[in-house]
Design a protein around this ligand. Structure first.
Ligand code: 5RP
Length: 222
């Protein structure tokens, strides 16, 4: 099975999960990236079952609207039973690194509102210890150099993601070499640096369920 086929398989498994578990008329939280795109395309068949969706990026908003979903502003929504999104890495405790697509801040906000975070990922994303994937950090532009120095002090090697501006008008530093043995503490430490909007560790709010695509089929964890 190709990686694309694994993404389609986990996306379909997530749609089955949502159809089974989430009451009709709900608003669904939707993530960003190629796996989330597969989910959106597969959910489109069931569009009329739900009131609509909240998007974690402009790209996801556009794709949802293209399928005819009503896309709500998060400020107009007080309940999201489920949020479905991919990850760049996920460990056995369902802590993740996210933000490869640069949508980490809005993803973290929508995930914070959701009752249940369903992570959909192909088997290559499951790791023992987070940190091989460079950790994305969204930064207010004027603070870029300051934040980079603070990340070096934490043991990392930050790289400015060239030519990329987030949906919130900020920049991304991708950090190599961080030792992530305690993801909750590191998530908190990095978020305390002045100028950081948020970082791509999702440990304080991990996934509740992981649907992992393997050649043997989709495994459910959590
Ligand atoms: C975007 C993300 C994505 O969920 C993550 O990058 C995984 O993407 P893909 O499904 O394309 O592998 O965090 O900000």
């Amino acid at each position: 099975m190709t990686q694309d086929e694994l993404k389609q398989a986990v996306a379909q498994a997530a749609v089955d999960y949502v159809v089974e578990q989430v009451p009709e008329g709900s608003i669904i939280g939707v993530g960003t990236g190629s796996t989330a795109n597969c989910f959106i395309d597969a959910l489109a068949k069931h569009r009329d079952r739900y009131r609509g969706a909240v998007a974690s990026s402009e790209a996801t908003h556009k794709r949802l609207a293209g399928h005819g979903f009503t896309v709500f502003d998060l400020n107009d929504v007080d309940k999201i039973p489920v949020y479905v999104d991919g990850a760049d890495e996920i460990d056995g405790g369902l802590h993740m690194i996210k933000g490869g697509g640069g949508a980490l801040t809005r993803e973290k906000i929508v995930a914070a509102v959701a009752d249940c975070f369903v992570c959909i990922a192909d088997g290559s994303k499951l790791v023992k210890t987070l940190g091989k994937f460079l950790l994305p950090v969204e930064v207010i532009p004027m603070a870029r150099a300051h934040v980079a120095r603070q990340l070096v002090a934490l043991g990392g090697e930050p790289f400015w993601r060239q030519g990329f501006v987030t949906d919130n008008g900020n920049v991304i530093l991708d950090v190599r070499g961080l030792h992530i043995s305690d993801p909750k503490t590191l998530e908190t430490q990095i978020n305390q640096i002045a100028g950081v909007v948020t970082n791509g560790l999702f440990a304080l709010r991990p996934a509740n369920v992981l649907l992992l695509g393997t050649v043997q089929g989709v495994d459910k964890h959590g």
